[in-house]
Design a protein around this ligand. Structure first.
Ligand code: WQD
Length: 334
């Protein structure tokens, strides 16, 4: 049994590698990554956590020849595709970079999937495809225009995979829409370590807690929520990783969408307070104007994943805060 983890050195991909190894101890796992938003340190940490000597190839999925050589070399039973740029703001400023990278990379993988009749394809999608719809989001909700080119690339890749699955009935595709993955593996050896200034909330909180950044700016204090700050469905990255293993085990013919969330909303202020309480550390913050494009409240309806994947997120906000800080603290020591 062999699986390809494309983008496996990134935040979600690296954590999923650990869950895959645990569930399939004898499987051949191959990681490819172009290391644009991750470092080789993560590969070393993955080897330390799993004890594997990991089969890793640095390659860009947009390099069609390199992708062909990879599939000539290995026989895969499934592909898990995490590789893609994911910075929302950057995608607005540089849309072509996102359309070329995220879509061409997916097309090159799908071509090999069809050529070698690889039956299982798990795609890393995002709740952002729901656009400015209404929570709780259900998989059957119509997709409104995503609020960014990044979100559009996810919606387009979903559509490509749905059309290809329709034309090839032997193909089994799961499209996993993540809500807000945060936290880190319990070892503290891998976590969310963006190579550039963080745009997501939790890495910003941990950098402020660490003293690397002076203050957390909370975007918006006047939303129609319980404390005026925006609400999101934060989910532990290991729950998301286990959701991929469940998707692989329950994948069925056709293309099927699943929300990976907890079904619970947490405000920015609630998350900050939980982080401070769990870790006994202050996070100085200032409430400023809203960030353009942000929604007041985004959280999932998770019934389909619970029944279709036999999977349910189990870790708490406190677990997420503790594990995120545990990872960040270890970075101080390095
Ligand atoms: C969460 C909340 C911010 C930073 C995006 C993508 C989504 C997924 C997750 C990839 C919002 C607030 C943030 C800060 C803040 N990515 N915030 N100060 O925007 O919900 O989702 O990342 O798949 O596709 O759209 O996540 O972490 O950026 O923001 O107040 O310094 O935290 O306004 O309310 P978001 P986020």
């Amino acid at each position: 049994m062999g699986f390809l983890i494309a983008g496996g050195i990134g935040f979600i991909g690296s954590h999923t590698y650990i869950s895959l190894r645990k569930r399939f101890p004898n499987a051949r796992l191959v990681i490819v990554d172009n290391l644009t938003n991750s470092t080789i340190q993560t590969l070393n940490s993955l080897m330390e956590v799993t004890g594997d000597s990991i089969l890793f190839h640095q390659l860009d999925l947009c390099d069609e020849q390199a992708v062909e050589h990879l599939f000539n070399r290995y026989h895969f039973h499934g592909i898990l595709h995490f590789a893609g740029y994911k910075a929302v703001e950057e995608s607005v400023v540089n849309p072509l970079k996102y359309y070329i990278n995220n879509i061409q990379g997916t097309l090159n993988l799908v071509k090999q999937c069809l050529h070698y009749k690889i039956e299982r394809f798990i795609f890393s999608s995002s709740a952002t495809v729901y656009g400015n719809g209404k929570s709780p989001f259900k998989e059957s909700d119509s997709l409104l225009p995503a609020s960014s080119p990044y979100g559009q690339t996810k919606a387009i890749c979903e559509r490509i995979l749905q059309d290809v699955a329709y034309a090839n009935p032997w193909l089994r595709v799961s499209l996993l829409r993540y809500f807000n993955p945060i936290g880190a593996h319990e070892s503290g050896l891998i976590g969310e370590s963006p190579t550039s200034l963080p745009s997501n909330l939790m890495p910003y909180i941990t950098k402020v807690a660490k003293g690397e950044l002076p203050i957390l700016k909370i975007f918006g204090g006047d939303y129609p929520t319980l404390d005026g700050t925006a609400v999101r469905d934060y989910i532990h990255v290991m729950d998301v990783a286990e959701g991929h293993v469940a998707a692989l085990e329950h994948v069925r013919r056709g293309a099927h969408v699943y929300n990976l969330g907890t079904g619970r909303g947490t405000s920015v202020l609630q998350l900050v307070r939980a982080f401070e309480q769990v870790n006994g550390i202050k996070v100085p913050y200032q409430i400023v104007e809203r960030r353009p494009g942000d929604l007041a409240s985004v959280y999932a309806n998770v019934h389909k994943a619970e029944s279709g994947l036999q999977w349910k997120a189990s870790r708490t906000i406190e677990n997420m805060c503790r594990d995120a800080w545990n990872f960040e603290k270890r970075n101080i020591l390095i």
